[in-house]
Each structure stands twice: as structure tokens, then as C-alpha cells.
Design a protein around this ligand. Structure first.
Ligand code: ZN
Length: 222
């Protein structure tokens, strides 16, 4: 008999392993999108990043991977100023439908500038600045995201090569620079609305995002 008494007096048949390789925590999480294997990676700054996966990815080639940066305003409060929540949900649905894949959920709010600075930038946008100029007015870079936690996750899970779910060429280059073999891209044009159309158009025109102006109009119409 291998039963363990817990502090509350409950009896567990066996204690599960709470860590997994470099991951601080791991569990299966049922969600409205299906069940995911969720692992937590702690970085040197104390941020807890999530590896949300489907299937056994060890040795996998061309694994669909989304590297997604946290966006509280969109994902928690339903802000219409960006497309982060529908992008995240499309990625979660994609890896469930394909039966394998990974979403690296990185805790770097506001393209890395933090929640407070993002709200300050929104105030400048309300006064007429676009997303790039707002950051410059605040003396902040356009994009301070960095992807080393995602590269560590991909390596720790034994993934050999990936196809990235993204419209952002910086992510392809950023991951390649960290040693990840990126074999291609899966376009994610979703979540366009009347409020964020201008923001997405700025990302296309000024930040090199890889969708055409008419794709945005079509996604908005659908
Ligand atoms: Zn967002």
C-alpha cells in the first residue's frame, strides 16, 4: 500500500510528479477548447511562462507552434483594441484540431513594455497616435518581446522543427536566432473588428506583419 496522508487527511493513491525536466509544474487542464498538457517554466526574472500542448511532441517535425505574449486587456477583459484573444483561441483550437502542437504563453504584456505602459500608450492612441508612435512618445521601443523562454520550451519538449502560427516575421527570425528550426508559417488572420482595424493596419504597414490589406478587410467582413 502506497497511500500518502495529506495535511487535510485526504488519501492519494500515489503522488503525481509535480515537475518535469526544466518545468516547475505540470498538469492536464480541461478547457472549453479541450484538454491540454500545461507546464510552467520559471525564468531568471521570476516570470512563470506556460507551455500548453497537445500530443507527444518528442522528436516531432513541423510541429505547429504559437509563441504568444500575454495580453490581459484582450484576453481577460475582452478589449477590442487588439486581436490577441482571438489569435490565442485560434491557436488553441488549431493544435486541438491537428491533435498535436504547442502554445508558448509568455508573460510579457504589451509587447514587453508591461501593463501600465501599455495603458499609457492607449491613452496616447486615444489622442491620435498609432501604436508605433505612441511607444516612441513614451520613449519605449516598438517591441521588446524576447523569445528565449519559448526556445527553451521547444527544446525541452524534444521538438525537432516547427511551423509557427503567426503573422509576425520578427518571431520567425527571433526563434531562428535562438536555434529553433522554423520550417514554415501558418497564417492566423482572425479577430479583426471595427476598433482594431487601424491597429492591425499599422502592424502591417509599419511593423512588417505578413498579411495583405485586403486579407484584413475580408477577415473583418467574415
Ligand atoms: Zn493584445
Amino acid at each position: 500500500m502506497n497511500k500518502t496522508n495529506t495535511a487535510g487527511g485526504a488519501r492519494l493513491a500515489a503522488l503525481p510528479s509535480l515537475t518535469d525536466g526544466p518545468f516547475f509544474a505540470r498538469t492536464l487542464l480541461p478547457t472549453e477548447h479541450g484538454e491540454f498538457d500545461v507546464r510552467v517554466l520559471l525564468d531568471d526574472a521570476g516570470n512563470e511562462h506556460l507551455a500548453i500542448s497537445v500530443g507527444d511532441l518528442a522528436g516531432g517535425e513541423d510541429v505547429p507552434v504559437r509563441v504568444h505574449s500575454e495580453c490581459m486587456t484582450s484576453e481577460v477583459f475582452g478589449s477590442l483594441k487588439c486581436d490577441c484573444k482571438p489569435q490565442l483561441e485560434a491557436a488553441l483550437a488549431h493544435i486541438q484540431a491537428e491533435g498535436r502542437g504547442l502554445v508558448c504563453y509568455l508573460r510579457q504584456e504589451g509587447r514587453g513594455i508591461g501593463l501600465g505602459n501599455k495603458i499609457r500608450a492607449y491613452a496616447l492612441q486615444n489622442a491620435g497616435a498609432d501604436t508605433v508612435d505612441a511607444n516612441r512618445l513614451l520613449g519605449l521601443p516598438d517591441d521588446t518581446r524576447e523569445y528565449s523562454a519559448a526556445a527553451r520550451m521547444i527544446e525541452a519538449l524534444g521538438i525537432r522543427s516547427v511551423r509557427l502560427l503567426t503573422n509576425n516575421p520578427l518571431k520567425l527570425d527571433g526563434l531562428r536566432a535562438l536555434g529553433v528550426t522554423v520550417n514554415g508559417r501558418i497564417a492566423v488572420v482572425t479577430g479583426v473588428n471595427d476598433v482594431n482595424h487601424g491597429y492591425l493596419e499599422t502592424k502591417r504597414a509599419r511593423m512588417g506583419h505578413l498579411y495583405a490589406a485586403d486579407e484584413l478587410r475580408e477577415a473583418q467582413a467574415s
